[in-house]
Structures are given as structure tokens and as C-alpha cells.
Design a protein around this ligand. Structure first.
Ligand SMILES: [Zn+2]
Ligand SMILES: [Zn+2]
Length: 273
């Protein structure tokens, strides 16, 4: 199984060394891991300026030597995409894009640069949060910079009690053109299993969204735990593979040097069990 969303000490909000997560991955039956540390671009973000790609590559390559034959370790990054910070991201992708195996594009901030945390919901209808969120996501897809979109319906994770009535069906018509843009450009999305462990109690995105994407002809889906702790590496991936098959997706994407190969889920499940 694959865990394509793991943070390390190169993210400001994580203090787990790569080595600990690699050991945890092997114990959890993970065969491929991608370390996708944050590239934060909003100047007020605590992680702004924290990520050092050259040091990251050096440490990651050392892990590859250490775990050779036991675990496939991929060079990944989770790039924050926001309408206000197009320039630095474009520069980063020009300079470093080809150095990675796998690049996630994630929207974490609203267009006005507010963090989509509980306070942001006060006085707003859910549409005022999700529609601008999806607009930014569509732009992220259309840049062509990213291999997959991270945690596709993230605001549901931070929604306070007053705003827990998110139903993806309400946004189906908004999502379909995004899926069409994804399919046209060869961009996919991840199933971020962190939602299974915390508040929304469902992955990001959940099964209905996967089914709409599959019905539209979408095929590129990765699995990732968004781990900031070693004990969550691999968590929920097995369950997610079952969910994907029920939704009409029979393979998951594996990446090398930014190119996707589709691996049949049946092959992963036989290996695991
Ligand atoms: Zn994220
Ligand atoms: Zn993350």
C-alpha cells in the first residue's frame, strides 16, 4: 500500500524525523512513502520560509540508502496554492518541480488569505466558504503545476458545530467542471485519510465525490494519511482501498519523476493480506 502524504521535520508543524516514519511505514505494510512537507507561501504563515528543498533532498536521499530494498521513498512536496501567491509558487515549480517524484497542490487559505479555521466560518453560509475554495482549487488544477490536489474538501475538517451540515451533493455541479479540467490535464486528487481519524469522520474527499469523478472518467487517485506523527503512517489506507473499489476505482496511482502509473488495487490487497 502507498502513503503519499507524510510530513517530516521539514514542516514547521511536525517534529517526526523521516527515519521514524519510514520504520512505522514498514510496520504498517506500506511499500511506498512520499514525504510531502509544506511549502508555505503566505507571509503570515508560521511555516513561511521554513522549507529548505536542498536540505530536504539530502536527507531524503540518505533515507533511500538506509531503507533500500525495504521501502520505496519518494521525493514529494505539498505546495500551498493561493490566488495571492502565484509568483513564488511559479518560481518554485520552475526551479524545483523536476526534482520531485510527486507534487501535491493544496488550498489552505481563503482568497483573502484568511486561514480556513473555525473562526473563519462565523457569520458565513457554507457556500461562502466552499465556492471560493473550489474556485481556487480549479485554478490550481489549471496551472498544470500539480500532480494531485490535496484534501479536496478540507473546509469540512475545520467546520465548527454551527457549520457541520456539509453535503457534497450540494456542490456536485461545481465539482464536475473541476473533474473535467483534471482529466484533461492529467491531474488527480488524493484520498486524505486524516479525516477518518478526526472530526469529519470521513476521508477528504469521501465516497460520493470519488464516484462522480470515476463516472466522469477520472482515474488518477493517490492515498495519503497526512501524518504529522509516526503512529498514523498508513492509517486508513486499507479501508480507503476498499472504499475506492466500491466507488468504481480499481487502481491507485504510483509516481516516479512526476509520472503516474496505475497499480491495480487487487494486487495491493493480495500483497497486504
Ligand atoms: Zn494540507
Ligand atoms: Zn499535509
Amino acid at each position: 500500500m502507498f502513503d503519499y502524504h507524510v510530513h517530516s521535520t521539514f514542516s514547521v508543524d511536525c517534529n517526526i524525523p523521516m527515519e521514524a516514519s519510514c520504520r512505522a511505514a514498514i510496520a504498517a505494510g506500506i511499500t511506498e512513502i512520499a514525504f510531502t512537507d509544506h511549502l508555505d507561501n503566505i507571509p503570515s504563515d508560521p511555516g513561511y520560509g521554513y522549507y529548505r528543498p536542498d536540505d530536504y533532498f539530502r536527507d531524503l536521499d540518505a533515507m533511500r540508502d538506509r531503507f533500500a530494498g525495504e521501502l520505496t521513498i519518494l521525493r514529494g512536496v505539498e505546495v500551498d496554492y493561493n490566488v495571492g501567491t502565484i509568483e513564488p509558487v511559479s518560481k518554485f515549480m520552475r526551479e524545483y518541480g523536476a526534482e520531485y517524484d510527486f507534487v501535491i497542490g493544496s488550498v489552505h487559505y481563503a482568497p483573502d488569505s484568511s486561514m480556513i479555521f473555525p473562526d473563519y466560518f462565523a457569520g458565513k453560509h457554507l457556500d461562502e466558504i466552499f465556492l471560493p475554495y473550489f474556485d481556487q482549487m480549479q485554478e490550481a488544477v489549471e496551472t498544470g503545476w500539480f500532480d494531485v490536489i490535496g484534501h479536496l474538501d478540507l473546509p469540512k475538517r475545520y467546520a465548527p458545530k454551527t457549520h457541520r451540515d456539509y453535503d457534497p451533493l450540494r456542490y456536485r455541479e461545481r465539482l464536475l467542471p473541476i473533474f473535467d479540467a483534471m482529466i484533461e490535464r492529467g491531474v488527480g486528487f488524493e484520498i486524505n485519510t486524516s479525516g477518518l481519524r478526526q472530526t469529519p469522520r470521513t476521508s477528504m474527499p469521501g465516497p460520493s465525490v470519488v464516484r462522480w469523478y470515476a463516472d466522469r472518467g477520472g482515474k488518477i487517485i493517490t492515498t495519503g494519511t497526512d501524518s504529522h506523527a509516526a503512529q498514523t503512517v498508513g492509517a486508513g489506507v486499507g479501508k480507503t482501498l476498499d472504499m475506492l473499489r466500491l466507488c468504481g476505482i480499481d487502481s491507485v496511482a504510483s509516481f516516479r519523476g512526476r509520472n503516474a502509473t496505475l497499480v491495480p488495487i487487487s494486487a495491493l490487497q493480495t500483497e497486504e493480506r
